[in-house]
Design a protein around this ligand. Sequence first.
Ligand code: ADE
Length: 223
Amino acid sequence: MKIDILTLFPSMFDGFLSCSIIKRAIDKKLVEINIINFRDYSKDPHHKVDDTPYGGGNGMVLMVQPIYDAVMSLKTDDSKVILLTPDGEKYNQKKAYDFSKLNHLIVICGHYEGFDERIRSIVDFSISIGDYVLTGGEIPSMIITDSIVRLIPGVIEEGSHLNDSFNPNTNLLDYPNYTKPREFNGMKVPEVLLNGNHKEIEEYRKKESLNKTMQNRPDLLEK
Ligand code: ADE
């Protein structure tokens, strides 16, 4: 899979791409992630990428030309274009699964007050990571990339995301986990996890998943 991320702030991605599971996935060639500065595509003599809004108002608006040309230079018949914007459809694990099956994603990070609405003419999905406004799409792009890459076969241990919270098959939160020591500050690991009875352990985990979902996210059960 290839993910091309269009941004005005490439250095924000340095840490993200050089650590942990994402780095390993890149090194194992399970994913190719390219960070592209769309300022390089500006036809303005000063490489300008934004301007004041028609009709007046605060802040600067990203111009359509640099982003349009950047996307067109990368796009093939196999590409899907994602625009990160607080007014998009809300992101979730189901979308992460769907996106992880695609071959090529082009991800546009907005910034400043917003972007020229005509950018939407080349976009397949407008995505918001939640009901709050960030300074730009860079962090949202890392969030969706991270959630997609870990679902690519071979990136994390086979089957380990089947127990994730929001797994589309169950739509429940994950069960609680424990590791050594057996007791810490008087808090004990539940006995059932120590007895080696897999059927009992599975039942315990299912019950705990359900309890936690009822308590923290009853909306998931309604679905
Ligand atoms: N850009 C700014 N805020 C955002 C959000 N909540 N989701 C996606 N992109 C954004």
